[in-house]
Design a protein around this ligand. Structure first.
Ligand code: GLY
Length: 563
């Protein structure tokens, strides 16, 4: 076990006394990896991973733990953990069933295709990215209750750690303090009332964050179920908040919100069954396309992060993202040729102009010929019965719209920016889209979230996902290739430098520790390579025989727990 110490925040939680230790304001440490035999939880925050682990130890299954972890993240990781956003769950149950639950936000009934264009037709991205009008109808709470069907413990037990954390507070990490400080201006701009995330002096590691309004909202959800959010007091507070800032979410939008159970996307890659999220996530389709495009080419022989293997992966990323922009949207609203997009014949055709050693060009290689924040958070869970759960949820950007519902204490998403606001105008991730992903009332905006489970001989061997907007599918893709093709350890697969190409802009983004000699060789092939800040925060569980290895990404406060 390796332990990474987050700023000033040390010491230990005594197992089994989670709620009590939170009440006593016990400090905690960030634990990056654990090897164990029964069950594990990896998430963006130690207190959320601990909440999930406690539920596993109390006899809950992986779905119970995933619900408790999400609720705890809504308190301890307000940048992306949420009840005001949405998400996806992919699960493999010990009875062999694979499921996926879509609780993506939807456009309010009053939304319209050109709602973010000014009178001259110019896109007003400040409106799709900040404030009340940027919010889609939240889906997370409906998703938690839809997941409950597969859980074992009563909901009151699963939500209690989150209530304790909100009510009694917890000491924040150095990373969280820096994040609150750097978002202060946006919080003040978007909120007239006092909010828990802003104080006069600077936040520092170890400061206590108490969220009384959020605790009361969580209690209403505990006592009234889904109606405690979508109807009554919480719904009233959301609608009043909308009225304060020209938002358009109505009581009816909230009352009619439904999580949808969908058939997960599933395909074979060299004897591994990959199970991932279907539309409205683009992630599963993109992963399938990218893996199938590398499958016939011996990438293992090219070796990890050589110019050759990075070039091949870049070129499949280019092609998959061009297809994303052209063809993908909410399949409940538009036709998407999914079968063709993932067929081996089509993908081989897409790779016809791939030339080893020579950079491709996004002006020449567009979408295939078929006629017809980056701030998100992921958690991976496995239990002793062999249930595995991968959940990615989001507010979209860090702290979403930055709008806190007055009196209810939670942040609303800015997910409307994941629609194509105007064809040809990139969203905050630089992603392009067209009519397929245009805004329509009730439609779900295209996502990149890619919660993924890999089975070998029908048993989970990998549970993986990450935040990172459009970089999500490429990070999941690289993690899978690192393990399946390059035989890498779970720790290295998560932590080695990542890169990303998304067709437009035509450029390879690399993390700062990406090897300089490989960058030079890629530039010599004709690629533009640009160093950027870290890519994603991958949470991975690997099962090797009877051994469970859980890894929280080095890039944040991410934390792995198990027993
Ligand atoms: N908001 C990030 C995503 O859903 O892809």
């Amino acid at each position: 076990m390796r332990t990474y110490l987050a700023g000033l925040v040390f010491l230990f939680i005594i197992p089994g006394s989670f709620a009590q230790s939170v009440k006593n304001n016990t400090h905690y440490s960030v634990q990056k990896t654990i090897t164990c035999g029964k069950g594990a939880v990896v998430s963006a925050h130690p207190l959320a991973s601990m909440a999930g682990l406690q539920i596993l130890k109390q006899g809950g299954n992986a779905v119970d733990a995933a619900i408790a972890t999400q609720l705890a993240l809504a308190v301890v990781y307000p940048a992306a953990g949420n009840i005001g956003g949405g998400g996806f769950m992919v699960a493999h149950l010990s009875n062999g069933q694979n499921i996926s639950i879509d609780y993506r936000e939807k456009a309010p009934a009053k939304a319209s295709r050109d709602m973010y264009l000014d009178k001259d037709g110019n896109a007003q991205l400040d409106l799709s990215q900040y404030g009340h009008l940027a919010s889609g109808v939240p889906g997370t709470v409906a998703g938690l209750f839809a997941s409950l069907k597969y859980a074992k413990l009563p909901f009151v037990k699963l939500i209690q750690p989150a209530i304790d954390l909100a009510e009694h507070g917890f000491p924040i990490t150095a990373g969280q303090a820096a994040s609150f400080n750097s978002n202060k201006k946006e919080f003040l701009e978007q909120n007239k009332a006092a909010i828990a995330f802003v104080k006069a002096e600077k936040w520092k590691a170890g400061d206590l964050l108490i969220q009384t309004d959020l605790a009361n909202t969580l209690k209403r959800i505990r006592d009234l179920g889904q109606k405690g959010f979508y109807e009554g007091e919480t719904a009233r507070l959301i609608v009043e908040e909308m009225q304060r800032g020209n938002g358009i979410i109505s009581p009816d939008d909230l009352k009619s919100y439904e999580a949808k159970e969908r058939t997960p996307l599933s395909f074979d890659y060299k004897g591994h069954q990959v199970i991932s999220m279907p539309l409205p996530s683009s992630g599963g389709i993109i992963i399938e396309q990218m893996l199938k495009m590398i499958e016939p080419r011996n990438i293992a022989a090219m070796k990890f992060q050589t110019a050759g293997s990075v070039q091949l992966m870049t070129e499949v990323e280019r092609r998959a993202y061009a297809d994303r922009a052209e063809f993908l949207g909410d399949a409940d609203f538009v036709n998407v040729p999914v079968k063709t997009l993932v067929s081996r014949e089509y993908l081989e055709q897409r790779m016809k102009d791939y030339e080893p050693g020579k950079a491709g060009n996004s002006k020449i290689t567009g979408a295939g010929m078929i006629r017809e924040s980056e701030e998100t958070t992921h958690l991976s869970v496995i239990d002793a019965e062999g249930n595995a759960v991968a959940v990615t949820t989001t507010l979209n950007d860090s702290y979403g719209s930055h709008t806190v519902v007055t009196g209810a204490g939670f942040i609303l998403n800015n997910e409307m920016d994941d629609f194509s606001v105007k064809p040809g105008v990139p969203n905050m991730y630089g992603a392009l889209g067209n009519d397929k992903n245009a805004i329509a009332p009730g439609k779900r905006m295209l996502s990149s979230m890619t919660p993924t489970i890999v089975l070998k001989n029908n048993k989970p061997c990998l549970v993986v996902g990450t935040p990172g907007g459009t970089t999500i599918p490429t990070s999941v893709f690289q993690t899978l290739v690192n393990i399946i093709e390059f035989n890498m350890t779970a720790i290295d697969a998560v932590n080695k430098p990542k890169f990303h190409h998304q067709w437009s802009p035509d450029r390879i983004d690399v993390e700062k520790d990406f090897p300089a000699d490989v960058i030079q060789q890629l530039e010599a092939m004709g690629y533009t390579v640009k160093p950027r800040e870290s890519i994603g925060r991958t949470e991975l569980i690997q099962v090797l025989g009877k051994k469970i290895i859980a890894v929280g990404d080095k890039r944040g406060d991410d934390d792995a727990r198990g027993y």
